[in-house]
Design a protein around this ligand. Structure first.
Ligand code: ADP
Ligand code: ZN
Length: 214
């Protein structure tokens, strides 16, 4: 089974991914994580992607699709994937169809993760991430056991470089302009389901169970 998560920045695609992994055992693929890893390693891809990411823009489609294709070749999972943050444009969605065809795979389900903009801004301002293992925290709702330190690896928690107020506004605009057309695109194929992620994790778990059983 292959599943796509669509949603505005800060909608909680990471949280939804974590729950889906425990429910379905799929392999998580996040293009945002792959870019951050390339940036941390200082690879040519990372150096190029950094400018776009810090400006709240999308990394060009070809670059992103090629990175994803190589990553899937290196994973070659047989059970399937959760695509978190890819595709983000119509050309990327078309590229994903071609890439999956190489593995005789298809998209089975697209979940649109919805929350209102006010909550997005609040969540992003409270978000802290571990630079070592990628774990994500919310300062009040999902605080680490020891302030400022990752529960899993004791890494020093940081704000993401693109979580500043100005960059968040740019990322929301990018979502409106480039990614929203994908809602129609997948709705037309009958693959889209909407997930309300404005409640607590337990509520989300119930919503996911329901959607997956219909
Ligand atoms: P969020 O969904 O909170 O914006 P991500 O970690 O998914 O966070 O993405 C962070 C940034 O990485 C994006 O703002 C964008 O610059 C870049 N990025 C991630 N995925 C893609 C993609 N599929 N196409 C182009 N750029 C991407
Ligand atoms: Zn950590």
């Amino acid at each position: 089974m292959n599943l796509i998560l669509l949603g505005a920045p800060g909608a909680g695609k990471g949280t939804v991914s974590a729950q889906l992994i425990s429910l379905l055992g799929l392999t998580h693929v996040s293009t945002g994580d792959l870019f951050r890893q390339s940036i941390a390693e200082g690879t040519p891809l990372g150096i190029e992607a950094k400018h776009y990411i810090e400006a709240g823009c999308l990394v060009p489609d070809t670059l992103t699709a090629n990175m994803l294709q190589e990553h899937l070749r290196s994973l070659s999972s047989s059970s399937g994937y959760i695509f978190d943050g890819f595709p983000r444009t119509i050309p990327q969605a078309e590229a994903l169809d071609r890439i999956l065809a190489e593995f005789n795979m298809d998209i089975d389900l697209v979940l649109l993760v919805e929350v209102d903009y006010e909550l997005i801004c609040e969540r992003i301002s409270q978000r802290r991430v571990c630079p070592l293992c990628g774990a994500s925290y919310h300062l009040t709702l999902n605080a680490p056991a020891r302030p400022g330190l990752c529960d899993h690896c004791a890494g020093e928690l940081q704000r993401r470089a693109d979580d500043s107020r100005e960059t968040v506004m740019a990322r929301l605009k990018t979502f409106e302009e480039n990614t929203k057309p994908l809602i129609q695109f997948y709705e037309a194929r009958g693959l889209l389901r909407r997930i309300d992620n404005s409640g607590p994790p337990e509520a989300l778990r119930e919503i996911l169970r329901k959607v997956l059983s219909t």
